[in-house]
Ligand binder design. Sequence first.
Ligand code: IYR
Length: 229
Amino acid sequence: MFARDALSYDPIPLPDRNDLDDERMLAAAQGFLDVMRRRHTVRDYSDRPVPRGVIETCIRTAGTAPSGANHQPWHFAAVSDPALKRRIREEAEEEERRFYAGGGGDEWIKALEPIGTNAVKEHLTAAPWLIVVFAQRWGQFEDGTRYKNYYVPESVNIATGFLLAALHHAGLCALTHTPNPMRFLNDALKRPASEKPTMIIAAGHPAANATVPAVAKMKKPLEEISSFF
Ligand code: IYR
């Protein structure tokens, strides 16, 4: 939705202020780091169901992300239907078999060795939910006329980050998955050609025997990922 009838600048006082003192600010920053450090990308899911309301609420969080001109150029297709998950799995595995058979190129396939991935994508049927993220390259008013969206990849990727944080905060595990190409998702999920699928996010509870690759715990230190001036 992009409101054609709200196209003029109409300032309202900043609705939510959070004037923490410096000490509380640091404690809050540290607390969030501690929460986010406990997020892991998980490939092995249990069959424990997740209520739709939890997924809806996490998607609402994603929808609070900033976006170019506030056009909110995203759509999240949430799938729990087993037959549809199976279809998505079959079509994704077909793409992945091509990738691992050499389509990805030797260097890329080698880089994935420590992650331990292959063309079998059990998470696509095992996880109770798949959330497929679509980027809206252009939008349409109700009368069918098109409008341009701006900073689409940036906006959609920020919203996706919010979604991953929300799922984690709700106690769920997730896996970001990008079979390539992903056009089959438009057909499976009935999304228009103006939308580009960017990612499949599997979400659910981890299996009892879930593992993560040891390398996933090795995060670059602050000195390497930042510079201060
Ligand atoms: N899409 C493939 C390959 C893959 C690519 C990267 I970069 C990863 O971090 C993991 C996998 C797959 O899902 O197996």
